[in-house]
Design a protein around this ligand. Structure first.
Ligand SMILES: [Cu+2]
Length: 154
């Protein structure tokens, strides 16, 4: 009887130890999946050449990291192939979530140049977190070209 009790005690300690070990294992599978998704080749550059190489373009929020909710102003900086600022361009900015098939809840518009070749794009608002894509069309005396930017909102 005494041996049985000792045996039962050992079994209980072993089971408790097993569950303690399981609960201490880092549960990172989900995080690993999402970080490998981000590294899966999506172009996250904020500065890049336009599709046909006419322009070099950067597109950045003027205040920190973008969040859902507030309407923000972004700066679109355009230079030509020689690195000179492109002034007086006609700009169209469209955006949406490719995976959800919906656009921005607002219609962004270029409201002017804050310095030569740097255009203020007002009215950018995100309705939810996730992958957003901007399609920018630029028309100037250099010609018409397009460029897209990806953004992950957390
Ligand atoms: Cu969405």
């Amino acid at each position: 009887m005494r041996n049985l009790l000792i045996l039962a005690g050992i079994v209980i300690v072993a089971i408790a130890g097993y569950f303690a070990w399981v609960s201490m294992q880092p549960q990172q599978q989900g995080h690993q999946q999402s970080s490998s998704q981000q590294g899966s080749g999506m172009d996250m550059r904020t500065e890049k050449p336009s599709d046909n190489g006419l322009y070099s373009v950067s597109f950045m929020p003027t205040e920190g990291e973008p969040t859902t909710g507030p309407i923000s102003v972004w700066h679109l900086k355009i230079t030509d192939a020689e690195g000179n600022p492109v002034t007086g361009a006609e700009i169209v900015v469209d955006g949406g979530m490719p995976a959800h098939g919906h656009g921005l809840p607002t219609v962004p518009a270029a409201t002017g140049e804050v310095e030569p070749g740097v255009y203020a794009i007002d009215g950018i608002k995100f309705s939810m977190v996730g992958h957003w894509k901007f399609d920018v069309t630029i028309k100037s005396d250099k010609g018409e070209d397009s460029v897209s930017f990806n953004r992950m909102l957390e």
